[in-house]
Design a protein around this ligand. Sequence first.
Ligand code: URA
Length: 291
Amino acid sequence: MAIAIRKWSGDTPSQGKFDFGAQSSEICSHSGSGGRNWLLLFSLFLRLSEILYESSMVVNSRVSAKVHSMCRSESILHLTNMVKRLPDDSINSWVPLNASLDELQKASKNCKACDLWKLGTQTVFGEGMPTAKIMLVGEQPGNQEDLEGKPFVGPAGKLLDAALVEAGIDRKKVYVTNAVKHFKWEPRGKRRIHKKPNAAEVAACRPWLDAEIAALHPKIIVCLGATAAQALLGREFRVTQQRGEFLKSPLAPYVMATVHPSSILRAPDEATRKEEMKRFIADLRKILEVH
Ligand code: URA
């Protein structure tokens, strides 16, 4: 009988990684070797207990950290969802547990959970007051954000600022972040052209978004564009069909998706751009109805 051993190899739960198939054992079944078999079985039993104990400690420490950071949450559903996702897809060993936004921002500088850190100048983490009740989530930093290290400071950010002013929302009271924290681009001549992050890159970055949500505990989350919406609401979500609607979500009491500001910049003509801007502002105004 072959037994695969799953071994924890880190010093702390947030550092280690599971190493599958590290060992295998054969139980020999010769007649006349009963004593040896019992000894082997006993040592195997001890090893298995040890592994089970280690695994439960790892899972428990993660769960309790998440539980701790969510003490303020009214939503049991949220908690269940977080626990259900453990220990697989919510783990990114670069993300410190139960951390404040400041601590997360510092830790994010070293993230190498996917290869995008090689392309970007720096990690562009979320920005805003830690007491903000509104969280806006974009796709990924653009060229200017990558250079300045701040989200939404380029052309799309300027359009977003203008729309927020029109909607009567003070950007200083909003926390702004992205689904992916590094700029993905490809060269075109001397320019760096935005390239859409793929599903694996979005998934690798998702634990940062979860940690930001757990630290900020926003009342309202607005996803800007399909990448953010699909990162938080599922791959099937369609902004074209459900923009501007508040959706039931374990992430926050009010969750909505609308278009990305750069889609308005890309409008084919001035009339369409104006019309799209109006619709975008109307979506943002809905925030004030529940704020
Ligand atoms: N587009 C985004 O999605 N985020 C930014 O920060 C800038 C442009």
